[in-house]
Design a protein around this ligand. Structure first.
Ligand SMILES: [Cu+2]
Length: 116
């Protein structure tokens, strides 16, 4: 079966209601329309977010440095740094490699003390 992802990708709100139109494009099914399981459910499954405790962050510069350093790792699609709580949440395509993340945090001058 030929799959075509519409421009802009599948919206998450469509995930429970995707049907394949003859044009080959998945769109939200009209109300009452039978709803076969959308193949994008597996492809577009929510990416895991892992939160780490990181010591040594104090300002916006720290935040920017870590966001960039961790964001450059393979498979990382998002980095959220919370200076107030000293936590860094990393969104990844697959289960993140803690050792690899700890390494870049260390290289940037901070210390990853573990998962939260
Ligand atoms: Cu700083």
């Amino acid at each position: 079966m030929q799959l075509t992802i519409p421009p802009g990708g599948i919206q998450s709100s469509h995930l429970d209601a995707c049907i394949l139109y003859p044009s080959g494009v998945y769109m939200k099914s009209p109300r009452g329309y039978p709803r076969p399981v959308c193949p994008h459910l597996t492809e577009e499954a929510p990416m895991p977010a892992t939160t780490y405790a990181v010591a040594g962050m104090s300002c916006g510069h720290c935040k920017a440095t870590l966001t960039k350093a961790i964001g450059e790792l393979d498979g990382v699609s998002g980095v959220e740094v919370d200076l107030g709580t000293g936590r860094v949440t990393v969104t990844t395509a697959t289960e993140p490699d803690d050792t690899e993340i700890a390494e870049v945090v260390d290289e940037a001058g901070y210390e990853l003390t573990g998962r939260v």
